[in-house]
Ligand binder design. Sequence first.
Ligand code: RIB
Length: 302
Amino acid sequence: MNVFNFGSINVDMVYRVPHLVQPGETLASRSLVTVLGGKGANQSVALARAGIDVQHIGRIGVADEWAAAQMAAAGVGMDHVEAIDGASGHAIIQVDDAGENSIILHGGANQSFDAPVLEAQLGTAAEGDWLLMQNECNGLDVAFDVAVRHGLSIAFNPAPMAGNVMALPLERCAVLIVNETEAAELAGAEDPEAALAILAARYPQTRVVLTLGAAGAMLQVGTRQIRQPATAVQVVDTTGAGDTFVGYFMAGLIQAMDDASALGRACRAAALSVTVAGAAPSIPTAVAVDNFQEPTVPPCTR
Ligand code: RIB
């Protein structure tokens, strides 16, 4: 069984600021660092660090091959990553003193896919393989279509949420991972637990996973629900925490963990990631996650 991740690769320019810039304000940053990011790349790195043999499907500008090299160094399979002329995807990220962030995206190479490219890159996938996707690349409709035709198991993290998501065949997802904002928009309900219940009822065959930031995560399949509180840590930078969660949760499922164990490990990995600055650089190894001593409250199942 192969694992593919069709996703963005970004150059993250991270500015530390005393507070997120306000409308009309000009604010000096305290520092600037440039690191590997992109929800797709981050999730591939998390899968690889969790011990999964993952093939990334993506594109990057030729000038930024250092970012591809970092993915490869993390253990991500790069046979389906193309270096193209033109700008890479990039993100301008402010991180404030509380570790919260605000992100401007430029799609660049992540928005350059066409149907023949995706057909070719996903052409090697076979029934039973996994395809993970986020919402930073164009061509998701094509990728869903190819995945359904090839009998792939689809995992989707509709981040960042946008209007195209509602038109995708989400009922085909084996796993749907959303945060509170995404859940509210998809379900049409503000309350996170109500939104989770609506999504689980709408997609009864799907593991719907709801991340709740500092409050942990929940999972529902049909009427079976699991809740995992988060571990309290010293927050440095929350960027990439959701991606760390997605990668580790998917790794747990692929490694045949039960849902509660996969959820617990994903929450521990995400907690560790927020203690380190940057997106991809903050994603912990499986050894670090397994050695994480902070006690976690066991999940409650009902
Ligand atoms: O989820 C964090 C990521 O969002 C960053 O790495 C940035 O590139 C944006 O895609």
